[in-house]
Design a protein. Structure first.
Length: 140
């Protein structure tokens, strides 16, 4: 079983392959680590390639991203603070940077969402990669 969940500034991928034995569990665990790294890479790539507005904002001349696209990089603080947390059969990718959740979901005060987790998740075919890892484990 594979399940993904996005909440605030965090995304979780849950797996449960324990009933298939040690070889499969180890293969899935190893692949889950690799997937998490690829998700982070996909997030950072999306931030670099985001669609920016033509107008500048603030004293430093920041070009914000268009609503609905990943946030544009200004200082790099959010991008540089994306973390991977592994707990058993669950991997969580996200950031504790306060404004990360605001960018992900938008705010009631008018900031439109600039989702930054989904592009990373969309860049990885989790089901295909887990299936391939399981097939390799059975061939060993």
């Amino acid at each position: 079983m594979i399940e993904t969940k996005v909440s605030g500034a965090h995304m979780k991928v849950f797996t449960d392959f324990s009933k298939y034995g040690v070889k499969v569990r180890d293969a899935v665990s190893e692949e889950l680590d690799a997937i998490a790294l690829d998700v982070v890479s996909g997030i950072k790539k999306a931030m670099r390639r985001t669609k920016k507005q033509s107008k500048t904002v603030g004293k430093r001349g920041h070009h914000p991203s268009v609503a609905g696209f990943p946030p544009a990089v200004d200082s790099g603080h959010l991008r540089d603070n994306i973390e991977i947390l592994r707990t058993g059969d669950t991997v969580e990718v996200g950031s504790n940077v306060k404004y990360g959740a605001y960018l992900q979901t938008g705010t009631k005060r008018g900031l439109k969402a600039r989702p930054w987790l989904e592009p990373g998740l969309d860049s990885v075919d989790i089901t295909m990669r887990m299936s391939a890892a399981i097939r390799r484990a059975f061939k060993k």
